[in-house]
Design a protein around this ligand. Structure first.
Ligand SMILES: Cc1cc2nc3c(=O)[nH]c(=O)nc-3n(C[C@H](O)[C@H](O)[C@H](O)COP(=O)(O)OP(=O)(O)OC[C@H]3O[C@@H](n4cnc5c(N)ncnc54)[C@H](O)[C@@H]3O)c2cc1C
Length: 460
């Protein structure tokens, strides 16, 4: 008998799962309900689309169109919102938003891919308030795009990676930017010196940075902060973070994990038989600590969607957890991290050597060589790589991806300094930044003489 699969949510995780499942088992009857009119778009690309809509037009942000999915045999219903899941009847209750009619849909297997939603602020909105935006979906970008073309001054609320990307976007469009961050320093999840470098970068690009303050009101063409500061602007973009969208999971009484996202096993199975979850709505576990973590990131959503899709088609695959590897750019600077930060490592009971280093990104004499600075986190007892953070204008992505690979494979600081990496002056200095970091870490562990690294270094 043909199995009926229902997928709720049609962006990264949902559409990946639907496409993988249909490809592996063409007999599946797959229906996707998506409340937005668009599907399968790259939210990650929105700041770059808004910076230059001519170079990166809207249609290029969409990976596959509704028609393309339908041609592949996936019954995709846009502007349909799932309101509740009835596990006993194995039905989803859906509203067709175009006609405001209610539908009930049976399923054998269900995938929740409902993503995350912006955190609500307690902003008091008075008369004459500047235009207020958020940036989560392609529809949000549709509202910002024409406005940005005529705006003169914007307040960006939130100094996380999306706020910082949008600061670059707005400045590139000639708009004056004030960025307000409630934490006392930028990027509190990173080493303080990295936040400082990013703050200096914003200053160089004439972004006014206000730290330790919250936006509490919008009125008379201004955003008002909690210390009474009043910022005149045409509009404000709120980038204050997201939380997992678990409304449907709660309607079905599914178990949530300690992060507040849906608890899943490595097969992306929830607590209910035949019900899966993938993407920003669910949690995963950290490869190093084994603890549940929630990282709302596009690459994770895609890979979880793939695993869920394989299971929907009756196959087997396992999501192996994450290191929390992430990168973003603000103006010329790239900032990246992987694995455990110092605080995370301490909380996880690790004794670490945090090794700060700086190295050129390419041979020092090459004109495009730039300083790359970072901190490598190494377990003192074993020399094992636990994580890294890095900042620079060049080759930060390469550095962090090699550290992520090393941490994934359980390599030590010793291994790092021994790695056989590609070298030619236009690409790398003769000792790559990662080897400089590894060597410093090795020396620090020796000089601390806590214990020699696991892998003994051969004499030259
Ligand atoms: C501006 C921006 C920049 C980003 N940059 C990066 C980046 O550089 N790197 C990175 O890794 N990640 C980035 N991300 C995060 C990344 O986009 C998300 O992790 C990814 O989109 C998650 O995919 P998802 O399918 O789990 O959820 P979502 O993309 O949130 O999709 C879920 C969909 O389900 C719909 N839905 C929810 N509930 C229902 C319901 N009841 N019925 C029907 N439909 C429903 C939602 O409206 C939404 O369309 C960025 C995000 C934004 C907003």
């Amino acid at each position: 008998m043909t199995k009926k699969v229902v997928v709720i949510g049609g962006v990264a995780a949902g559409m990946k799962a639907a496409a993988v499942a249909k490809r592996r088992d063409p007999t599946l009857e797959i229906r996707v309900f998506q409340d937005e009119p668009d599907v399968s778009y790259s939210a990650c690309g929105l700041p770059y689309h808004l910076a230059d809509p001519a170079a990166i037009p809207r249609q290029n942000i969409i990976a596959r169109t509704v028609d393309r999915f339908r041609a592949d045999g996936i019954d995709l219903r846009v502007r349909h919102r799932a309101d509740a899941v009835d596990l006993r009847q194995r039905q989803v209750i859906v509203t067709d938003l175009a006609t405001a009619t209610c539908i009930t849909e049976d399923f054998d297997l269900l995938l929740l891919a409902t993503g995350a939603r912006p955190i609500e602020t307690n902003l008091a909105v008075g008369s004459g308030a500047p235009t207020l935006f958020k940036l989560r979906s392609i529809r949000d970008a549709d509202l910002i795009r024409p406005w940005l073309g005529q705006a003169k001054r914007v307040v960006i609320v939130g100094g996380g990676y999306i706020g910082l990307e949008m600061a670059e976007t707005c400045r590139s469009r000639g708009v004056s930017v004030t960025l307000v961050e409630m934490a006392p320093r930028l990027l509190p999840g990173f080493q303080p010196w990295i936040g400082k470098q990013v703050a200096e970068q914003l200053e160089r690009h004439h972004v006014d940075l206000i730290l330790g303050r919250q936006a509490i009101a919008a009125e008379d063409g201004r955003i008002v902060l909690d210390d009474g500061t009043s910022l005149e602007c045409d509009g404000a973009i709120f980038c204050v973070g997201v939380r997992p969208n678990v409304d449907l999971a709660l309607s079905a009484d599914l178990t949530l994990g300690p992060t507040g996202a849906i608890a899943v096993d490595p097969a992306m199975r929830t607590s209910a038989e035949g019900v899966f979850a993938a993407g920003d709505c669910c949690e995963t576990y950290h490869r190093i600590t084994g603890a549940p973590v929630w990282y709302p990131l596009g690459d994770i959503a895609n890979r979880q969607g793939r695993v869920a899709g394989i299971h929907l088609a009756g196959g087997e695959a396992w999501f192996p957890g994450v290191l929390g590897t992430a990168i973003f750019r603000t103006f010329e600077l790239a900032v990246a991290r992987t694995g455990l930060g110092s605080a995370q490592a301490r909380a996880g009971g690790f004794e670490t050597a945090d090794v700060r280093f700086e190295a050129p990104s390419r041979a020092r004499y090459m004109p495009n060589s730039r300083p790359l600075a970072g901190t490598l986190m190494v377990e003192r007892a074993t020399g094992r790589i636990l994580g890294a953070e890095a900042v620079g204008a060049d080759a930060v992505d390469k550095f962090i991806d090699v550290v992520a690979t090393a941490a994934w494979g359980g390599l030590t600081a010793d291994d790092l300094s021994d790695l056989d990496l590609a070298y030619a002056p236009p690409f790398s200095p003769v000792l790559a930044p990662i080897q400089v970091g590894g060597e410093l870490a090795r020396k620090q562990i020796f000089s601390d003489s806590v214990r020699q690294p696991r892998v003994a270094k051969a004499d030259p």
